[in-house]
Design a protein around this ligand. Sequence first.
Ligand code: NDP
Length: 251
Amino acid sequence: MPIYAPVTSKFSAMSRVVLVTGANRGIGAAIAQAFASQGDVVIAGHRSAERPSGMPSELKNVQIDVKDSTSVDAAFDLIEKEWGTVEVLVANAGITKDNLMLRMSNEDFRDVVSTNLEGAFYCAKRASKGMLKLKKGRIIFIGSVVGSIGSAGQVNYAATKAGLVGMARSIARELGSRSITANVIAPGFVETEMTGDLTSDRRAEILNAVALNRFASVDEIGGVAVFLASPAAAYITGAIIPVDGGLGMGH
Ligand code: NDP
């Protein structure tokens, strides 16, 4: 084994089965495309009954509501029957229901936990069954910088994103001996519908705190997901990878 192996050997074309949840738009769609462009068999999860119009033809699709464990199990059963065992899971689906804590309803707290945290758990649990048989796998959770630094008005959302870190680290310890890694990507602010309704004042305030002075493009999250699932990242597990333009400065 040469000390300096050619870099190309670590990024050669893949043909793994990759599932991305919430892949009909935003960050999930970009992640799905990033994997597809390097030759993986990518299944884009969507909530709607029909295949979303405009979804690129190179993507396979499956209906999946992550809040519902029956829907998650059914989606995995279908994927295994049609395309094979999921080797890479990107648990991306997420929602916000923002309000200051004293005004936040218990229902809005539970809803966000149910999608962002329970949904990720259902997917990771079901995916790990197949990964254990494969004796390899990559689980990638889409967290957020606010899971580490907090965010006024997002007690529910920040709690779920912090929760994903504990989840990933526990999975990393449980399944590491089977060559399964679990990591969290923690984006800062990304140009998607989720950030589309920020007021211009709030946007300016955020940009002031971001060292790179801009929001991320969705492709900048996609590239990091592809890296975390690549052979080059085989020894990274239980990690938070910040992709936040310096907002959290490594947190
Ligand atoms: P969008 O609101 O643009 O997209 C969210 C996606 O999640 C949609 O595809 C949506 O489906 C899907 N989704 C929501 N609930 C469910 C559910 N119960 N089951 C299945 N899919 C569901 O958000 P982004 O693309 O911006 O965010 C993607 C992820 O990145 C989220 O986890 C978010 O928290 C995280 N993130 C985003 C940041 C940002 O600045 N945008 C920053 C940090 C993290 P549908 O179209 O049916 O609603």
